[in-house]
Design a protein around this ligand. Structure first.
Ligand code: FEO
Length: 171
């Protein structure tokens, strides 16, 4: 059975993950509006990942006999100065999410909630991957700067992203 404090923190994380999905969906729409379809496709994969994160927390709270309570999702920004600004925003956002996950691990340890601590390990690893993949795109965009051919090549590359559900063993 989940302790109330842990339950509240996990519910807040469901909201944070849903907000991430909302933010990236807003970015997908932005990239569609500036005709960068590959960037938009990459964003759709990101949206699906965030929804998956939210549902992992949702299922875990229920599995532990807790109660999920959904709150208002904040309005995301709707436009950015360009791809580099958008991806720097994603990187800052993911670093913030990493901080939230670390806080949850700290709380689980403090509450001696071993099941939650172990559950959170997947997210600790996931955040390392998220920051690395976004950081790599930021680096490429920094190199490209105003080079339109470089931007179109990156767009084509990002458009190859296909979202696949992680294997059950990755739970
Ligand atoms: Fe759910 Fe991108 O962290």
């Amino acid at each position: 059975m989940l302790k109330k404090k842990m339950q509240k923190a996990l519910n807040e994380q469901i909201n944070a993950e849903m907000y991430s999905a909302y933010l990236y969906l807003s970015m997908e729409s932005y990239f569609q509006s500036i005709s960068l379809g590959g960037f938009a496709t990459w964003m759709r994969g990101q949206v699906q990942e965030e929804l998956l994160h939210a549902m992992k927390f949702y299922d875990f709270v229920n599995e532990r006999g807790g109660r999920v309570t959904l709150e208002l999702i904040n309005k995301p920004e709707t436009s950015w100065k360009g791809p580099l600004t958008a991806f720097k925003h994603i990187l800052r956002h993911e670093q913030m999410v990493t901080g939230l996950i670390n806080d949850l691990v700290d709380l689980a340890e403090k509450e001696r909630d071993h099941a939650t601590r172990i559950f959170l390990q997947w997210f600790v690893t996931e955040q390392v991957e998220e920051e690395a993949s976004v950081g790599e795109i930021v680096d490429k965009l920094e190199l490209i700067q105003e080079n339109t051919s470089g931007l179109f090549l990156l767009d084509a590359d990002l458009g190859k992203r296909a979202f696949t559900l992680p294997a059950a063993s990755g739970e």
